[in-house]
Design a protein around this ligand. Structure first.
Ligand SMILES: NC(=O)c1ccc[n+]([C@@H]2O[C@H](COP(=O)([O-])OP(=O)(O)OC[C@H]3O[C@@H](n4cnc5c(N)ncnc54)[C@H](OP(=O)(O)O)[C@@H]3O)[C@@H](O)[C@H]2O)c1
Length: 284
């Protein structure tokens, strides 16, 4: 019998990709306020993961062996949902002996001492990073067997993701858009991360695991590469910028060291060019 996998955030960017690739599981997704187009063999449950009763009813009905918790990102602006949902799911998963994989972010670091390994202590500098740090702390305290996966910027190569859509819109509307040359991340293709998480769902790896792409890229290079993927080139209104000149408070270098994941997982963590080759193979 196939294992039962619950993916929270079933209409979200990462959640949708996991559910599309979870053919080896009986896969169930959660929905919140956004409808989703049907995914073959996947069932959905509507719930608010901030509500203790909703979480209990969900788990009573679904009876998953594993939960991949992708819900509650910085989108939507309700940062208090991030620790609330993580805490409720973590404690229920521990009580019910359900393997729990919690999605966290590189944004829990301040960006001043990259590359970051799992041994580095969180030091968030903005509200989203603080909410995700609080969520991590709750998961660790309430469910010591859980895996906390910290990842980096997620990108899509088959259709423009949120950031790339914004850039393409700026090209179309001729509106000014600055891409920072001094902001570094370890971007990872969303399908590659989904595969790594589905592999992780078959393994017991308690503790924290960094899963980012193998190359550090700045936002300018990443942005330009991604618009080129969809046939666009930067127009004069798409400009290089720097965090320093913008006056914004942002972590400058959030490069993740994912060598622990590379050793533990069979799924190879792909660079942007390797991901492109993989897309070309399946979609020439
Ligand atoms: N995207 C990235 O580049 C990135 C980078 C690093 C880490 N991460 C982490 O990866 C995870 C997935 O990110 P993502 O980009 O896929 O997020 P996303 O597209 O914003 O999806 C988040 C999902 O959470 C749902 N949600 C929000 N509040 C909820 C609630 N109270 N109850 C139930 N569901 C709720 C949303 O549903 P509604 O829209 O219907 O409210 C949405 O479907 C997050 O934990 C994020 O912090 C993402």
């Amino acid at each position: 019998m196939r294992s039962r996998l619950l993916v929270t955030g079933g209409a979200g960017f990462l959640g949708t990709h996991i559910l599309h690739r979870a053919q080896n599981y009986t896969a169930i997704g959660t929905l919140h306020s956004t409808a989703v187009t049907a995914i073959p063999d996947v069932t959905f449950h509507v719930c608010d993961l901030q509500e203790p009763q909703h979480v209990k009813i969900l788990l009573d009905r679904v009876r998953p062996e594993t939960i991949i918790h992708t819900a509650c990102s910085e989108q939507g602006g309700n940062l208090s949902a991030i620790p609330k949902a993580a805490g409720l799911l973590a404690i229920q998963a521990a009580k019910r002996n359900i393997r729990f994989i919690h999605l966290s972010t590189d944004q829990i670091f301040d960006g001043n001492t990259a590359p970051y390994t799992e041994a580095n202590a969180p030091c968030p500098i903005h509200p989203y990073g603080k909410a995700k740090t609080e969520a991590e702390d709750l998961v660790r305290a309430l469910n010591p067997g859980a895996t906390i996966v910290r990842t980096s910027l997620l990108y899509d190569l088959r259709k423009p993701d949120r950031q790339t859509t914004r850039l393409i819109d700026a090209i179309t509307n001729q509106s000014l858009c600055k891409l920072f040359e001094d902001e570094w991340r370890s971007p990872i293709w969303v399908e590659n991360l989904a595969d790594a998480l589905l592999e992780l769902a078959t393994k017991d790896i308690p503790g924290t695991l960094h899963i980012g792409g193998p190359n550090s890229l700045n936002r300018w290079d990443l942005g330009v590469n991604l618009i080129q993927q969809f046939g666009y080139t930067p127009t004069p209104n798409i400009q290089k910028g720097t965090i320093e000149r913008s006056g914004l408070v942002r972590p400058p270098n959030l490069t993740l060291d994912s060598s622990r994941a590379t050793k533990l997982l069979q799924t190879s963590l792909l660079s942007l060019s390797q991901s492109r080759k993989s897309v070309l193979k399946t979609n020439p």
